[in-house]
Each structure stands twice: as structure tokens, then as C-alpha cells.
Design a protein around this ligand. Structure first.
Ligand code: NAP
Length: 517
């Protein structure tokens, strides 16, 4: 019998033994950089001439891996392999499918620091963030395995005399899984394992920024005994191969996490019925955010500032849940701003490989350019309090100072558009009511936090702050599997609540059989 689900604990890097182990893991991964990787279709390695080159954003000349790049031809082959594997995988008992996930979790636990080291090198997470990414991936495997076993049990229905009624959750078919780079293991693993544990097969197209860490997972699933063709691994350009896969008539569902622009495009393309298509494609789309922390008068300014700095600058502000706007009651505005600026100035920026680093590089040249552009806009729209510049290094990494801009208008661009980098905007509110109204004034609705000591204000925030994940008197990042099911409102997506008890139902269809005796 399985034990109750419990979240994986985080590695304590203040412990010298763990520090040494992490240094060794990074040293090991450095010896593995620059290799060539194939596509994986139907369990076979498939080479291709075109390459995706994954580099270290802290030292872009360091090649993490070279990948074969998929074309519409290889995408078609992956679809056929997934269709063929679906015939048998969909009939494998749920508990056996769940065991593959449990085995994968055990392998990841054994390789935990090595996987974290790949994340550090490929996308620039610091030690703590990279370790948490792996812990979350393990949690997804453990949680969805148990959830699949739970929903495969007889489901409660109202009894009816003279009949037996039975509701079962069936898989859908072939899904296209498209994750982002910012949780290169956790989100990729979460969407993929949820899909396959339900009996579906998938074509997994990782982000072009992080194909190597995704490949590690595909090999782990192979080692865990997953049959060939259940996961087909297809690195390739989203705009080239993504459209082909989304529009394919045999695609049954798409599980996407990424930007609003791409999510909406996928939703639109998937809605168009193709010749030969006999179902309505299901789209599970988790998208961007413009997340706010609102601060009431009378709160502990130190506590609030700590929560704001951690939420805004963890992983360089590149979390969909990251705080990018602080809305503070006028009575506490100057005090909170001063403390946040002081905290921000203490942030250590440097190579992610270095254990002292809090903020590593941003993900890519294009992220770097876009964030710096927003900083220039912010300098015009508000008052630059700290940061505001790129940091040049000998290796040419994509480092940017953590930046705070004060006195922005609630409708300015930096207060409305997702920047996805280490840029924090302060907005002053005259009252709690106004702070809440500003908190709700974007097209997004992903996370938010509200700090107050007034019970009525907290209740008002509970009722009126329109976000999928609301935190009261704590930071707005750090959702945990099973504890904080995750997903946003409005243009933040379909509110799928990954890591929650409802999530697997999105990858199934319920069938009811009634037999009259
Ligand atoms: P992105 O640019 O939208 O890319 C996400 C994925 O979509 C990548 O694998 C990308 O592939 C692929 N893609 C691009 N164009 C495509 C197309 N036409 N058809 C199909 N796939 C396509 O997002 P990102 O920069 O990776 O991630 C950052 C975004 O993700 C932010 O907006 C963040 O808020 C959001 N996010 C949301 C959540 C959430 O739970 N709501 C969680 C994490 C991140 P290529 O890499 O090859 O372009």
C-alpha cells in the first residue's frame, strides 16, 4: 500500500556535506556538456541535420547540448508512434501506469543534485531554485500516481434499483505537451506525467531553451520501464513544429504552459476542426501573469519587504507567479519602498554555479533584450530606485541588476505588461479598496498576495482579489504540489490547477455504463 503523499523536502545547502555534493554534481555535469542528442520517436533515437544548440545563459559560449531539430516529417512520425503506442498503453491497468511514475520519482531522487546541476547550467537557476525544481518534479510523479489510483477506483453514484451503474475515467488519446523553460523539469514532468498516467500517449515538445534537461527526464522514464512511443521527444522550434502538431487531426488534446500570445494562438488553431478530425480538441493552457502584492497600512514593513523581495527576484523574476507590482497604502508606501530597495541592493547577482548567488543570468539573449527594453520604458514611466542596468561579465552572460521603479501609474506599461524579469514596480494607493481595485486592473489573474492586520480587509481580499492563487500575509511564489493547486484566471489561462485533485480529469473522459438486471 502506498503511503500518503508528502512533499519532497528541500536540500539544506547550509550543510557542508550538501554543499560539497552540489559542487561535485556541477563538476560532473560540466564534464557532460556539449554532447549531441537525438529526437526520441517510438523509443528510437532519430538524428537530424538541423540543430538546436542549448547554451548556458551565464556563459553563452558554453554549449550545454546540441539537439537534432524536428521537422514536420519527424513530427508526423512522432504522432504515428504515439497513436500506435496508445493502442496498448491505454489498456495497461492504472496502477501499473502509476508505478512507472513512482519508479521515475525514485530515480530522480537518487539523481537529485545532478538534475539540479543540469538546470543550473542550462537555464541559470541558483542552487536553491534548481533543487526546488527537481523536488517539484518528484512531487508531481508521486502525487499524480496516487491520484490516478484514486480515480481508477469505483466512483460514487446514486444507487438505482435493478441496475448496476459504473463511471470510469478513460484516456483521451494522443496529446501534445508544450512546456516553457522556466521550470524546465517540474512543469515538463507535471504536464507529461499527468497525461500519460491517465493512459494517454504524448508528443513532448520542450522549450528550445531547455531541451537537455527534458531529455534527462525522457531517459529516466525509459529506465522506469515506460514502453516505447508513450513519450515521443521532439525538440524543435515552437513556431515551426508547434503549429503542425496542434493542427494535426489526430491530436486529441494540447497541454501548454507559456506566454499568453502562444497560448491564445494554440487555443485558436486547436479550435479549428481539421479534415478527418472526429473530436473537439481539448486545450489546457496555463499562461502569463502580472502578479501584485498589496500592502495595507499598519503591517510589519520588514515582513512585507522580505516577502516582496523574495517574490520579485527569485529566479530573476522569471516565474509566472513572480511579484511584478507592489501596491502600497500611502501611509506605509515610503517605508516599504525604502526597505525593499535596501533588500534589493543586497541581492548577490552572479553565476548560478556559485553557491552564494541569489540571482543568476536571465534565460536568453531575447529575454535580456526584452527586459532591458522594459527597464528603459520604466525609467520614463516611474522613478528608478535601484538597478536599471545590465551587468557585463567576461563570459558575456545575460545578467541584469534587480531593478525597482517607484511611483508608476496603475495603467502604465510596466504596470500592465508581463516583463518576466527582475523588474519590480511600486504603485501608491489611497486606501485598501483602491489597492484591491488596482490589484485587479490587468488582463491577467494568476497569483497575488495581500498583507494586512485588519480581519475585514483580509476577508475582502479573499472575496475580491480575482486571482487563481491568492496568498495572505506571505509571498506570492512557491506553490507546492498538493498543497497549493496552481492555475490562473482570465488571460493567465484555463485555471487547470496543476498539482491538485481535479487536474487529472482534464486528461480523461468519463464513461458511464448502466446494466439493467
Ligand atoms: P513561450 O515563448 O510561450 O513558449 C512556451 C512553449 O511554447 C515553448 O516550448 C515554445 O517553443 C512553444 N511555442 C512557441 N511558439 C509555438 C507555437 N506557435 N505553437 C506551439 N508551441 C509554441 O513561453 P516561455 O518564454 O517558454 O515561458 C515564459 C512564459 O510562460 C511566461 O509568460 C510565463 O508567465 C508563462 N508561464 C506560465 C505558467 C503558469 O502556470 N501559468 C508557468 C510557467 C510559465 P520554443 O521554445 O521552441 O519557442
Amino acid at each position: 500500500m502506498l503511503s500518503e503523499f508528502r512533499n519532497e523536502s528541500f536540500t539544506d545547502f547550509s550543510c557542508p556535506v550538501n554543499q560539497e555534493a552540489m559542487v561535485s554534481a556541477i563538476a560532473y555535469v560540466k564534464t557532460q556538456l556539449g554532447k549531441e542528442y537525438p529526437l526520441v520517436i517510438g523509443g528510437e533515437a532519430v538524428e537530424s541535420s538541423a540543430a538546436i544548440i542549448s547554451t548556458n545563459p551565464g556563459a553563452p559560449q558554453e554549449v550545454v547540448g546540441r539537439f537534432a531539430k524536428s521537422t514536420s516529417q519527424s513530427a508526423e512520425a512522432a504522432m504515428q508512434a504515439a497513436l500506435s503506442a496508445f493502442q496498448s498503453w491505454s489498456k495497461v491497468p492504472a496502477v501499473q501506469r502509476a508505478r512507472c511514475l513512482l519508479k521515475a520519482a525514485a530515480i530522480m531522487r537518487r539523481r537529485r543534485l545532478e538534475l539540479a546541476a543540469w538546470i543550473i547550467c542550462e537555464i541559470g537557476k541558483n542552487w536553491v531554485e534548481a533543487d526546488a525544481d527537481v523536488a517539484e518534479a518528484i512531487d508531481f510523479c508521486e502525487f499524480y500516481a496516487r491520484e490516478m489510483i484514486r480515480i481508477s477506483q469505483p466512483q460514487p453514484l446514486v444507487p438505482s434499483d435493478g441496475e448496476e451503474n459504473d463511471l470510469t475515467y478513460l484516456p483521451l488519446g494522443v496529446g501534445i505537451v508544450i512546456p516553457p523553460w522556466n521550470f524546465p523539469l517540474a512543469i515538463l514532468v507535471g504536464m507529461t506525467t499527468a497525461s500519460i498516467v491517465c493512459g494517454n500517449t504524448v508528443v513532448l515538445k520542450p522549450s528550445s531553451e531547455t531541451p537537455v534537461i527534458g531529455y534527462q527526464f525522457v531517459k529516466i522514464m525509459e529506465e522506469a520501464g515506460l514502453p516505447p512511443g508513450v513519450i515521443n521527444y521532439l525538440p524543435g522550434s515552437g513556431s515551426e513544429v508547434g503549429d503542425f502538431l496542434v493542427q494535426h487531426p489526430k491530436t486529441r488534446f494540447v497541454a501548454f504552459t507559456g506566454s499568453k500570445e502562444v497560448g491564445l494562438r494554440i487555443n485558436e488553431l486547436a479550435a479549428k476542426t481539421q479534415s478527418g478530425q472526429i473530436w473537439i480538441k481539448r486545450v489546457v493552457s496555463e499562461m502569463g501573469g502580472k502578479d501584485s502584492i498589496i500592502i495595507d497600512s499598519g503591517v510589519d514593513a520588514d515582513l512585507a519587504a522580505d516577502g516582496i523581495v523574495a517574490s520579485a527576484f527569485g529566479f530573476q523574476g522569471q516565474k509566472c507567479s513572480a511579484c511584478s507590482r507592489v501596491i502600497v497604502h500611502k501611509d506605509l508606501y515610503d517605508q516599504v519602498l525604502a526597505k525593499v530597495v535596501a533588500g534589493t541592493k543586497k541581492i548577490v547577482v552572479g553565476p548560478a554555479e556559485d553557491k552564494r548567488t541569489f540571482m543568476g543570468p536571465v534565460a536568453s539573449q531575447s529575454a535580456y533584450n526584452s527586459i532591458l527594453k522594459y527597464i528603459e520604458i520604466g525609467k520614463k514611466e516611474g522613478r528608478l530606485m535601484c538597478g536599471g542596468e545590465a551587468i557585463s561579465t567576461a563570459q558575456g552572460g545575460f545578467f541584469i541588476q534587480p531593478t525597482v521603479i517607484a511611483d508608476a501609474s496603475p495603467t502604465s506599461r510596466i504596470a500592465q505588461e508581463e516583463i518576466f524579469g527582475p523588474v519590480l514596480t511600486f504603485i501608491k494607493a489611497n486606501s485598501w479598496q483602491q489597492a484591491l481595485e488596482i490589484g485587479n486592473n490587468t488582463e491577467f489573474g494568476l497569483t497575488g498576495a495581500a498583507y494586512s492586520t485588519d480581519r475585514r480587509h483580509l476577508e475582502q481580499a479573499r472575496a475580491e482579489f480575482h486571482v487563481g492563487n491568492l496568498y495572505l500575509n506571505r509571498k506570492c511564489t512557491g506553490a507546492l504540489v498538493g498543497i497549493h493547486p496552481f492555475g490562473g484566471f482570465n488571460m493567465s489561462g484555463t485555471d487547470s490547477k496543476g498539482g491538485g485533485r481535479d487536474y487529472l480529469l482534464l486528461f480523461t473522459q468519463a464513461k458511464v455504463v448502466c446494466e439493467r438486471f
